[in-house]
Design a binder for this molecule. Structure first.
Ligand code: NAG
Ligand code: NAG
Ligand code: NAG
Length: 671
């Protein structure tokens, strides 16, 4: 290959890498519909054949020797339309609204000296590049000037549409701009969203600013949840999202139509590119304003932060109690508090505040509670910032287990049954519900009809994408008589296992194990907190070599397995498994292990005491009878204890320490 051929090839490659672009049908060469040259012809660039985002648009403006991107949009055929600023741009900034200012004069870009530039000039530039008003301008913020520093002093009044429309004059001290004094500018980019229509800036209808126009927002793919609302609240520095709902206007009006992925984060909201449209839909959000939970696993948990004087601070554990926690959980639209303790959600990054809250529990917001200066000021040690876990906004109701029943959701301070748009229920939906409530896998789903119409929360099938999607789901308000009942595999509580022997009384399953004297009679009781009638207990015995099991019916939620003359063969691990057939399914749950060892001390102790009293065999027999009477006594104690527990009523949900051994007493079995 000769030199010319190689050069040609290189040229072809580089032109393929960077398309030739132009903007057409605009008021200047820096404004209009984007086209690229394709095999000699100019073809429109569309949403589908181009990487449609601000970064690509900025590249196009740069390639066309225009300034910054002012706006990017597409028409209804998907054609891309770009407005670049003509003769000003911000470079090396962290976003499109900040950077070192460069001005194009005479076809080349130059920086501006700080002394030639003031706030009015900054206002004009920020407006010209389509950003909010200036927040900072100072030298050398965005690196040293690479372009030569220009020598014009600008004298804008502030209302001009472009910097080059302002009057200007030759800079006074020519060539006297020292390094580090090129103008760096930060225009505010902050609020392209706002909440309107309520007394607080942290509640109301969501509106977005685009092309200098505020309009309500409608979500194109319809998928909108508490995470979306949380991104809005965070973007407005308004704390946590408390509630959100869709609202309908009486008639269609212009809205900005956006995709739901704009709500992924604060920054994606700012980069969001809306599309103009008419709709009667809009979205209303209520943010908590002055409290928020941060670094938690979901929106109802995290370290508590409180906003006072426009800044967020943590709260010290000693200044916060259960009543205060109740107010906070209610304020952020979650269920009642389940845990609050220090350092659960990372060390405080915000400073720890010095107010002690004194809520009564019924206040609507933490900052409405009375409070006083914290007693031991500045004495909150690390790890004592309040971490709070409020309970879930979903629950099951109507069954003995927290993992089965009618699905209900808390929304706008009201628990209601849930119904699903389009009745899109499948095993995956039910699995998401069970997972969301930490209830294992899905077992069954029944649809039931209520006797009459009751208010329900309507949710869309997208809510079942995952357990967290469900918790973040935004229901709608309508009446319906359908109910959804769900049963999860984690239906049963854990059974308990107890060991009792003629010599030791009752002991429960322990990790370190229980020890029995050789030859003693013993029993193992399996018991479960009353949830469902009937069922059976299986006692599984395992050693390193083999496994055995036996089963007894559950009587009053327990079963007693009796063993005589403990020997080395009884050493091993015992577990109780409770089996029950409910809702047309078999469920089981297994207890903690009970590790049993048998030692030879009993025979020795009997022999020793026998020897001291009398060496005769009669004395030994008397000893044994005493031991057996002791065993009978402990069984009777167990029996009456169980009767007493039973009388305390079936609603007694605490652990029954013992239970009736009736029915299994005669059945003296050994594993
Ligand atoms: C513009 O640039 C050209 C070529 O560099 C130069 O001759 C001319 O004087 C410049 N005009 C101004 C107004 O600076
Ligand atoms: C219980 O024992 C039976 C037979 O004795 C056996 O088939 C079964 O697998 C055992 N079950 C367990 C859980 O060990
Ligand atoms: C439940 O268990 C019983 C007894 O082990 C068995 O006969 C029955 O087939 C099981 N039912 C289901 C639905 O698995």
């Amino acid at each position: 290959m000769d030199q010319t051929a190689l050069m040609l090839l290189l040229c072809l490659c580089s032109s393929a890498l960077s398309d030739e672009l132009r903007l057409v049908a605009g008021r200047s060469r820096c404004v209009g519909r984007l086209e690229k040259k394709d095999l000699g012809d100019w073809k429109p660039v569309t949403y589908w054949n181009w990487n449609y985002n601000f970064t690509s648009a900025a590249g196009a403006c740069r390639q066309l020797h225009c300034g910054s991107v002012v706006s990017l949009q597409k028409d209804k055929d998907g054609n891309v339309e770009i407005v670049c600023s003509d003769s000003v741009r911000l470079v090396q900034g962290t976003n499109r609204c900040s950077g070192r200012l460069e001005v194009k004069t005479n076809q080349s870009w130059s920086s501006v000296c700080e002394k030639d530039f003031d706030l009015q000039d900054a206002e004009v530039v920020c407006r010209e590049i389509g950003c909010g008003p200036p927040s900072v301008h100072q030298g050398a913020l965005y690196g040293e000037a690479e372009a030569p520093v220009g020598s014009r002093e600008f004298q804008c009044e502030g209302s001009e549409s472009a910097l080059l429309k302002c009057s200007s004059r030759k800079s006074s001290g020519r060539n006297s701009c020292s390094p580090g004094q090129a103008v760096g500018l930060t225009c505010s980019d902050k609020d392209n969203i706002r909440l309107v229509g309520e007394a607080s800036r942290c509640a109301g209808r969501l509106e977005m600013l685009h092309q200098e126009e505020w309009r309500p927002v409608d979500v194109r793919d319809g998928y909108w949840d508490m995470n979306s609302a949380a991104a809005v609240c965070a973007g407005l520095d308004c704390g946590s999202a408390v509630s959100a709902r869709n609202s309908k206007a009486a008639s269609e009006r212009p809205v900005w139509w956006i995709w739901s992925d704009c709500f992924q984060s604060r920054s994606s909201l700012k980069k969001c590119l809306p599309h103009g449209r008419h709709s009667d839909q809009s979205h209303e959000i209520i943010c908590s304003d002055s409290v928020r939970l941060v670094q938690g696993t979901n929106r109802c948990s995290g370290r508590l932060e409180v906003k006072t004087d426009q800044s967020w601070s943590s709260v010290c554990e000693k200044d916060f109690d259960l009543q205060d926690a109740e107010v906070v959980c209610r304020e952020i639209g979650c269920g009642p508090p389940s845990v609050h303790q220090g350092a659960l959600y990372g060390e405080a990054e915000a400073p720890v505040g010095s107010r002690e809250f004194q809520c009564e529990g019924s206040e609507s917001a933490l900052l409405k509670c009375s409070s006083r200066k914290s007693s031991g000021r500045n004495s909150c040690s690390p790890g004592q910032a309040v971490g709070l876990t409020c309970s879930d906004n979903i629950r099951f109701l109507g069954e003995a287990s927290r993992c089965a029943g009618r699905l209900e959701m808390l929304h706008q301070e009201e628990w209601r049954p849930v119904d699903v748009y389009s009745s899109y229920w499948d095993t995956n939906s039910v699995a998401a519900v069970c997972a969301g409530l930490d209830c294992g896998s899905a077992v069954s789903l029944r649809n039931s009809k209520a006797a009459s119409e009751r208010p329900v929360w309507w949710i869309s099938s997208e809510c079942f994408w995952s357990g967290s999607a469900l918790k973040n789901c935004l229901p709608d308000d309508e009446n319906n008589d359908q109910r959804h009942e769900i049963i999860c595999s984690g239906l049963l509580v854990e059974p308990l296992i107890f060991l009792s022997s003629s010599t030791d009384g009752v002991s429960t399953g322990r990790k370190q194990g229980s020890e029995l004297l050789i030859g003693s009679n013993f029993s193992i009781m399996c018991s479960i907190r009353p949830q469902y009638e009937g069922g059976s207990f299986q006692l599984i015995f395992s050693t390193s070599n083999y496994t055995q099991n036996q089963t007894l019916p559950a009587v009053d939620h327990s079963a007693l397995f009796l063993f005589s003359a403990a020997g080395h063969a009884h050493q091993g691990t015992y577990r109780c498994v409770y089996h029950v057939y409910v809702f047309s399914y078999n469920f089981s749950s297994i207890s903690q292990p009970l590790n049993l060892t048998v030692s030879g001390k009993l025979m020795e102790s009997i022999r020793k005491s026998s020897a001291s009293v009398s060496a005769s065999p009669t004395a030994l027999i008397i000893r044994l009878v005493v031991v057996l009477l002791g065993l009978l006594g402990s069984v009777l104690v167990l029996y009456f204890k169980a009767r007493r527990n039973q009388k305390s009523g079936p609603e007694n949900n605490h652990h029954d320490e013992g239970s009736r051994a009736e029915g299994s007493l005669e059945e003296e079995t050994a594993v």
